[in-house]
Design a protein around this ligand. Structure first.
Ligand SMILES: NCc1[nH]cc(CCC(=O)O)c1CC(=O)O
Length: 332
């Protein structure tokens, strides 16, 4: 499409910017509460909301507090909440068995949310890192992250989450072949309506630092995740990953991190037209909060502007720690 613009003064583009009414009338993209998925951190205990120092304003909540958060999200109209566990180090093992325990933190939290906020979609994370003694998303054998054995474990984890009532499974592990394996297992188990939102183009990024603090994986992680997460220099590879995950049965796809990868979002949406999400990750959140706390930027305005950028790039929605704060502003 080639925009037609008359010559000045027939065209004065500022005419359309003159008033809020005119600007609202011609705005090309909109951001609404419907676009938001809220990631939250779950921990054990009762009545606990524990601050995460590298993510000001974000807390680890015990399940009773997660219930309150889900009710709040439902009242605000946020369509989905996404659960990440802070696992007791004593439960981390080499075989990561806690990952598929029906009574692990995440699975208990899913059931708890369903009991009080049945209208909100519950999304989960599938990867071994919160349960692994070495902090990796997959099994480590002789220093190598082994693919196929990890996929078997991820399938067990997926089924336990679906059994607990998860609506959306979010594989964030970047192993090969996992989407197909999960989809087949879900179909076989009769979980026909469980969605998979694949972290399809997930980069090996330094933007995840504060998240690893939040889930208690920072200290545990040995080495880096570059043999499974993508190289930040690549674009075509992202398209291949998205195509593969869609062909294996993903219902929705994600690009991660967010704001530094908007070119990927734009290419993915225009190439595949599938439901496309971006994750505004912990480091992005921390950067905005740090600058806002110093009074260097207007935190609220940057929050909304950064979320709008994802819509402009073609995303259907955004996972963001700002979800409730943004919803309150957008609904007012
Ligand atoms: N597989 C775990 C996982 N799931 C989501 C994030 C990052 C989210 C964030 O930074 O906000 C990570 C971290 C990682 O891959 O190391």
């Amino acid at each position: 499409m080639k925009p037609t613009v008359a010559a000045f003064p027939a065209a004065r583009p500022r005419r359309l910017r003159a008033t809020p009414a005119l600007r609202n009338l011609v705005r090309e993209n909109t951001l609404t509460t419907d676009d938001l998925i809220w990631p939250v951190f779950v921990r054990d205990g009762d009545g606990i909301e524990e601050p995460i120092p590298s993510m000001p304003g974000v807390t680890r909540r015990s399940i009773d507090k997660i219930k309150e958060a889900a009710q709040e999200a439902q009242a605000l109209g946020i369509p989905a909440i996404c659960l990440f566990p802070y696992t007791d180090p004593a439960l981390k093992t080499e075989d990561c068995a806690e990952a598929w325990s029906p009574d692990n933190l995440v699975n208990r939290a899913i059931r708890a949310i369903k009991s009080v906020a049945p209208d909100i979609a519950v999304m989960t994370d599938v990867a071994l890192d919160p349960y692994n003694i070495n902090g990796h998303d997959g099994y480590v054998v002789d220093g190598e992250i082994v693919n196929d054995e990890t996929v078997e474990a991820l399938v067990k984890m997926t089924l336990a989450q679906a059994d607990a009532g998860a609506d959306i499974i979010g594989p964030s592990d970047m192993m090969d072949g996992r989407i197909g394996a999960m989809r087949r297992a879900l179909e076989t188990a009769g979980h026909r309506n469980v969605n998979i939102l694949s972290y399809a183009a997930k980069y090996a990024s330094a933007y995840y630092g504060p998240f690893r603090d939040a889930v208690g994986a920072s200290g545990a992680l040995k080495g880096d995740k570059k043999t499974y997460q993508m190289d930040p220099g690549n674009t075509d590879e992202a398209l291949r990953m998205i195509e593969r995950d869609l062909s294996e049965g993903a219902d929705m796809v994600m690009i991660k991190p967010g704001i530094a990868y908007l070119d990927i979002c734009q290419r993915v949406k225009s190439t595949f037209g599938a439901p496309t999400f971006a994750y505004q990750v912990s480091g992005e959140y921390a950067m905005i909060e740090a600058a806002a706390q110093n009074g260097w930027i207007d935190g609220e305005r940057i929050m909304l502007e950064s979320l709008m950028a994802f819509k402009r790039a073609g995303c259907d929605g955004i996972l963001s720690y700002y979800a409730p704060a943004a919803a309150r502003l957008l609904n007012s």
